[in-house]
Design a binder for this molecule. Sequence first.
Ligand SMILES: Cc1ncc(COP(=O)(O)O)c(C=O)c1O
Length: 408
Amino acid sequence: MDKLAINGGPKAKSAPYNQPNKYSGDERALLLEVLDSGKLMGPGGKVADFEADVCRAFHVKYAIMVTSGTAALQTTLVALGVSEGDEVITTPMTDFGTTSAILALHAIPVFADIDLSTRLLDPQKVREKITDKTRAIIAVHMAGMPCEMDAFLSIGEETGVKILEDCAQAHGATYRGQFVGSIGDAAGFSMNESKQISTGDGGFVTTNDDETAEIARLFRDKTYLRDPTLERGMQPIPFFGANLRATNLQAAIAIAQLRKLEALVARRDQIARRYIAELGDLPHLDFPKIADNAQPSWWPLAIRYTGTAPTRDELVAILRAEGIPINTSMSAVKNILHTEVIQKRKYYPLTDAIPTFWQNTTYEPDDCPNVDTLQATCLRLPVDERHMDEDIDQTIAAVKKVWTHYFL
Ligand SMILES: Cc1ncc(COP(=O)(O)O)c(C=O)c1O
């Protein structure tokens, strides 16, 4: 057996992963079309074209393009009727954007734990958090793995609480044959650089509901009516709206990116299935449980190391020395419950004064122990559609080499 690289042996993966520029393709030609048109500003033009493409791709009635995933979630919450003091239940293991969207409305984020086996928001834990102030639930399809939507839809039907899907990491994933983003009352997608579809930054809302779409469209555009027959000066401004408009430049790139999505999801699935088939029987490794009849749009695969020696962090160093870019955290913040903004309810940067809407809420830092367990044990294997079979062969060989050394 080869000596471990961390002890001076040869690396299992010495060549870099194949990762060419993901914007090479139709992006350039479509961008030039926009420049040549002399019209960069949405919401018409390429923004409208992209929205129509999203409707076709994900089988939804409406898509509304905005500037980020956070903006998409905020717009969606507004459109579903969330207002100051309402409670919105979600997971503390997500990007801060999910929480930020709630707080931006002076609504109250309420955190429920994940199910350790699926890594996703646990519908039973959500039920326990419902009060008469609960207005919405944000089910986050983390790492491209669809949440157990039937359970959330049942909660919605029983309680009247709106079900919002956070699809920021799950473009093209399906649950019981339906695309995520077409299942709940509405959904928000991100198109920042790390996402399956990227415009650098960007996002969009999807919904099948006429009123939700109409409010979302107004909210993203200062509530302006884009009606050419309306005399200048006559905008009614029926309620507060922001400027979250995306440009036609972003939309041009988004159109090109969306064309690649189906192939991307299929290739990522091949890679993830190889890891599951070839590493699934190794001791001390726990693979995520996928909902029945669900097809993930995989991100780095979130496996858990359940052994004790070596420690998880020692294993990370050992695998990285072998040339494998192992990640450990499911998101930029391990557990949002532990952050200063939540623990101190510190809304504003220069004062510790707790705003009125948040004064009667408290947060127990240890309220979601499964999140802490997952984050302390997680090992994330690279899943990228651009990686070649050889990259995956070497990644699998590296894990097997390390496991043979310690456990077999
Ligand atoms: C699950 C999740 N929700 C929301 C967001 C926010 O998206 P954005 O960064 O585009 O605002 C992200 C982005 O990282 C995310 O991963």
